[in-house]
Each structure stands twice: as structure tokens, then as C-alpha cells.
Design a protein around this ligand. Structure first.
Ligand code: F6R
Length: 361
């Protein structure tokens, strides 16, 4: 049932080109994005997203997309905070809940808090018959199939893919994306499963790097823009399954505190595809290197050509339009954590103290 893989997590990581294409097929219609259920994003003035864990990280990536592509303001909250904070919910706010299981207690309670106040309750779920799906006005299923590994992988990528579709649909409805740009985005989406398959070929490199990362007691992850939440995804996956302490920071925050941690024992993983923020991230990376920190630069071939000098290790990812980079950079986040955990001999599919579905507060 693990289809020849050593763990469910490995199987699920390798299923991603297929599961990603499964969700894309539900909303790509020729050169257009057509949501499985219509929702009018032109009639809302704000989106409130709420989730836990990895699903919360997917929401944080989606904030960049909704704001840039649809010019729609987004707030993102952790469900356990949101449910008790007594935040005002305006009648024009769209509340959007993201959950793989659809049963997470805090996310469900947050949904019930917003219900009756928000303009509509939307959800992005993997289990269509779940409580969160049932209690939403519209549930958008992500079609990732059953996910057994406790650490979410293919569901995270499909959450991203569905949230991106919602952001593009919102951009079109709000007149911020014209037909030519929509066609360009859709063409890019169609290439993504192939690019994910290419991204998976970094596996051997990740395995080699893992033996080095496994020696660390702490690892820092850095990124800017949408790579900042992806740094969180890298740190969360690593903590969960390898039990190595990891933290994520926005690259620009480095000098406001965490740079004090940097010495020659600290691996610093930098997610930096070639995008308009690349040079800024590289200058933060150089601040780490100047203090003998060991930088693992995760970038594409252009990035590697420009910024490999003095770097400890470079992991070269396929080149992709920066809009889609979060989906592709999920792969190194997953594979670095997976192989580090395998190297340490931890229980990858059932990490200590964790449950797949958190149905109690
Ligand atoms: C991390 C992970 C968890 C879940 C979180 C929310 O790899 O799997 O952080 O993302 O417990 O679960 P769902 O999405 O079921 O609400």
C-alpha cells in the first residue's frame, strides 16, 4: 500500500505531480479558470482566512496571491487565536477556512464564530463529507486523495493550488486580471505537474544534504515574499518529523534579532528563487555568511549562477514563474525534512506526540 516506498510520506510526496493535476483539472477550462462552484469575489471587500498548522501556512501564501492578483485585502489567523479573540467580522467579509481533515476542532469553532456574521463561509478541504465542508456555504474540495502520513505534503500543495485558483478567479472578477494574463496564468498552471515531477529529481541531493543537517541541533529557514511562509513550511516539517529545532524568519527580520544565533554550527536554509526580491534575500544571506553561518541556498539555475560564492551548499530547483514558486519549493521543504528524519531513524509517518486529525482543542 506504500507502492514500493519506505513510508507513506514518501509515497505521498511522489504522488504530487498526479494529485496536483487532479485538482487543476477541476478548475481549468481551456484558457480560463472556472471554479467548481461560483462565488462573487467582486462583492466582498476583505477575506479572513483561518486555519491551523500547515493549512495556516497555505493561507499565508495565499494572502500574497489575493493581494497581488486580485487587490483584495486578506487577514490570516491561527484558528485557536481567532475563535477567542472577538475580532469584528464585517458583513462584506468573506470568511475562508482551510483544513485537510475538515475536522480540526479549533478551525471548526472559528467557522461557527464567523457564521451569521460574514458575507459567506467558504472552505478549502480534502475530505468533502467533513464537518467543516458541511457547515460551509461553499466547500472547495482539493482532490488530494487520502493522506496517511501525519506530516501534510500533497494536501498542502493542493491547498495552495486551490487557493491560487480562487485568487485568479477573484482577480478576473474584480477586473485586475485581463484575458491575456488569465491565459498566461492558466498556461503556467498546466505546466506545473511536469515541473513538480522535475522538482522531485532533487531527491538524491536532499538525501546527501540530510546527513549533514541531521547533525545540527537548530536550523534557521529564511525567505522573502511568498518564500517567507514557505520557510515556515520547511521549519514545521523538519520539527515534526526529525525533532530538530527549526525556526523561520522573514529574511528582512534577520538583523532584528535572530542574527545573534548565527555561528559556524548553524545551518541556514534560504529559499530564494530568481524573483524581484532575489537580490534582497541574497544580501541577507551574505550577512549570515559573514558570521560563518552555513547557508544552504535553495534557488534556480539563474540564482545559483549569481549567488553561489561562499555558500555552504546549493540546491538547484527548476525555473518557474515566481507566482508558482511556492508549490515547487514545497518539494525541498518536504524532502529535506523527510531525509533528515530517515537519517535520524525517527518514526516518519507517526511522529511522537502528533495526531493526523486534531479533533480536540
Ligand atoms: C503539519 C500538519 C498539521 C496540520 C494541522 C491542521 O504537517 O499536518 O500542522 O496541517 O493539524 O490540520 P487540518 O488541515 O486537518 O485542519
Amino acid at each position: 500500500e506504500k507502492a514500493g516506498h519506505r513510508h507513506f510520506m514518501a509515497k505521498e510526496i511522489h504522488e504530487q505531480p498526479q494529485t496536483l493535476s487532479d485538482v487543476l483539472n477541476t478548475y481549468i477550462d481551456g484558457a480560463r479558470v472556472k471554479l467548481p462552484t461560483d462565488y462573487d469575489f467582486a462583492a466582498t471587500d476583505r477575506i479572513q482566512m483561518v486555519a491551523c498548522g500547515t493549512a495556516h501556512i497555505a493561507c499565508t501564501v495565499a494572502k500574497y496571491w489575493f493581494e497581488a492578483l486580485a487587490r483584495l485585502p486578506v487577514d490570516v489567523d491561527i484558528a485557536s487565536e481567532y475563535r477567542y479573540r472577538e475580532g469584528p467580522v464585517g458583513p462584506d467579509t468573506t470568511a475562508l477556512f482551510v483544513s485537510q481533515s475538515g475536522e480540526t476542532a479549533d478551525t471548526l469553532a472559528a467557522l461557527r464564530y464567523a457564521k451569521g456574521q460574514a458575507r459567506a463561509i467558504l472552505s478549502v478541504v480534502n475530505v468533502p463529507e467533513s464537518s467543516i465542508a458541511r457547515e460551509s456555504d461553499i466547500a472547495f474540495p482539493i482532490h488530494a486523495g487520502v493522506e496517511v502520513g501525519v506530516a501534510s505534503t500533497k494536501a498542502f500543495v493542493n491547498q495552495l493550488a486551490m487557493l491560487l485558483a480562487l485568487a485568479v478567479a477573484a482577480g478576473v472578477q474584480r477586473g485586475k486580471i485581463d484575458a491575456a494574463r488569465e491565459a498566461e496564468l492558466v498556461a503556467g498552471l498546466k505546466l506545473l505537474p511536469g515541473i513538480m515531477a522535475q522538482a522531485l529529481t532533487i531527491e538524491d541531493r536532499c538525501e546527501a544534504l540530510a546527513s549533514k543537517l541531521a547533525e545540527a541541533t537548530d536550523i534557521l529557514f529564511l525567505g522573502r515574499g511568498p518564500m517567507y511562509p514557505m520557510a515556515h513550511e520547511g521549519a514545521l516539517k523538519l520539527k515534526e518529523i526529525s525533532y530538530i529545532h527549526a525556526e523561520a524568519y522573514a529574511s528582512g527580520e534577520l538583523k532584528h534579532g535572530p542574527i545573534a544565533l548565527v555561528d559556524r554550527t548553524l545551518p541556514v536554509v534560504v529559499f530564494a528563487p530568481m524573483d524581484p526580491l532575489f537580490n534582497k534575500t541574497v544580501s541577507n544571506m551574505q550577512e549570515v555568511m559573514a558570521r560563518e553561518g552555513r547557508v544552504l541556498l535553495v534557488t534556480d539555475s539563474d540564482g545559483a549562477a549569481q549567488a553561489s560564492d561562499g555558500v555552504w551548499e546549493v540546491l538547484v530547483m527548476p525555473t518557474v514563474d515566481p507566482v508558482f514558486a511556492p508549490l515547487v519549493y514545497a518539494v525541498p521543504a518536504q524532502l529535506l525534512a523527510y531525509h533528515t528524519a530517515v537519517h535520524k531513524g525517527t518514526d516518519v509517518d507517526q511522529p511522537r506526540n502528533l495526531a493526523k486529525s486534531v479533533t480536540v482543542e
